[in-house]
Every structure is written in structure tokens, then in C-alpha cells.
Design a protein around this ligand. Sequence first.
Ligand SMILES: Nc1ncnc2c1ncn2[C@@H]1O[C@H](COP(=O)(O)OP(=O)(O)OP(=O)(O)O)[C@@H](O)[C@H]1O
Ligand SMILES: [Mg+2]
Length: 254
Amino acid sequence: MLVIKAGGSVITRKGPGPVFDRAGAARLAGVLSRLKEPFILVHGTGSFGKPPAARYRYLSGRIAPGAAPVAAIKASLLDLHSSLVSELVAGGVKAVSCPGCAFFSLVSGRPRLKAGQVLLEWLRGGFVPVINSDIFTCSSGGFRVVSSDALLQELSAELEPALAVFFTDTPGLLSRGGVLLPRLEHPALLRLKRQLPRSPADVSGGMRGKIAEIIRISSAGVDAVILDGRRPAELLELRAGRRAKGTYIHASKK
Ligand SMILES: Nc1ncnc2c1ncn2[C@@H]1O[C@H](COP(=O)(O)OP(=O)(O)OP(=O)(O)O)[C@@H](O)[C@H]1O
Ligand SMILES: [Mg+2]
């Protein structure tokens, strides 16, 4: 079983307003429909999630009560989720919506899987659970944005997939000189994270936030790979045992 994240960078168009990238989603669906093993798909929010975070100033992820039109933003995030599920089904993937807020709860700011059995039942039936990142309520009051990178981390730790796949809009992890890093071990990943600047304009922390989640995934004994979501067929190459373009991160313990 695999867990796969489709970055908001792959399924939306960057810009001030929310635009679903139907062509990008269709390309992804075409590849995922050919995958020969079960998988769970998580997706990010891209231009549906990032502009409101900047506009209403919750780039830290915490939203105080009344600080943002939470219901309207959640309705827009649901539009994206619904568009993606429909495009996956049209592309031959037996996708079923499994909303992030219904399947995870928030414990000390981190998502905790609470309905894993239901995900496994869908998988056993030959379906593909599709989970969205979203705005969650906090027990201490207010709300919190939960990133899809963090959801993939929790799924990896709880379900121990064969591989965690991150589709994003770069060929993989690039060195400071812009060269693709094909393989990384845990210590090199820690070094790279320290070198990367923070992404204060990105509520989910951009590539630095993603690397922080991959470090956790790797520590849980699960391999991860960052692939170019604009060329998703690389995943089929990888799973067929052939060379694939991207960055492969070997787990630090097995
Ligand atoms: N060392 C690096 N290697 C590759 N990409 C990098 C690096 N440092 C920063 N980036 C940036 O990280 C971006 C990908 O992360 P980003 O969070 O924007 O996308 P995503 O996680 O796929 O989408 P979303 O956050 O909407 O789900 C790339 O567009 C790239 O510009
Ligand atoms: Mg991101």
C-alpha cells in the first residue's frame, strides 16, 4: 500500500484567486488509474488555501475566533476537493471522498488518525480514499490549518505504507546550486532542512515544512520520494523497479 500526496501546486494554478488545474488533475488521474497497488491520496490546497491565509493573516496556521470567514474558506476548499474527486473518477480512479476533518482529530496541534479502519475498509473494497487538508477546530478555541504534508506523515506512521509519495511542482529536491538530489539519507536531509530558509508566506511551510514531515516519516521507518507532479508517470517507473527522476529518501530505521 502507498500513501500519496498531490500538492496544491499540482492540482491548482498559482495566483491570487482559486483556480482548479483540471489538466494537471487529469494527468495525475491517468497515471494513478494505472497504478497496480492500493493507495490513499491526500491533497493540498494551493491557490484555494494560501491566498486567504495571507489575506486574513493566519500564516502561522492558528486562526482566532472571528479573525477569518472560516465557513466561506472551508466551502471553497470543499469545491477543490470535490473537483479533484470528480476528475479522478472521470480518469478511471475509484476515488471516494474521505474528508480530513472527519478522519483525523487535532491533538497538540498535530493530526491524529481516528478512523483508520474505515480507510482500510475502502482500500479492501478496491477504492481510493481521497483526503483533503482543511481548517480544523481546536479544543482550546479557534481553528487551525492542518497541512496535507502533516496528514501524509500521520498516515505513514499509523499505516506503515511501502512508500510515501509527494507530488509537487519541482523535479525533486534541489541542492543550493539547483541540482537535483536523486537520493538522500536521514543525516543529509537534516542538513538540507537547516540550510533552507523558512517560508513565512506559506501557511504549510513550503519545502522546509515538507522536509520536516519527511524527516518524521523517515524516522518512523517509511521510505519517501518527492516526484514531479507535472510528470506523474515517473511513479509508475519507480514502482516497476526502473530509474525514476525525483528524490528518494531512505528510512532511517527499518
Ligand atoms: N531545495 C528545494 N528543492 C525543490 N523545491 C524547493 C526547494 N526549496 C524550495 N522549493 C520550493 O518548494 C515548492 C514546492 O512546495 P509547495 O509547498 O509550494 O508545494 P506543494 O506542497 O506541492 O503544494 P501545497 O503546499 O499547496 O500542497 C517548489 O515550487 C519550490 O519552489
Ligand atoms: Mg506545500
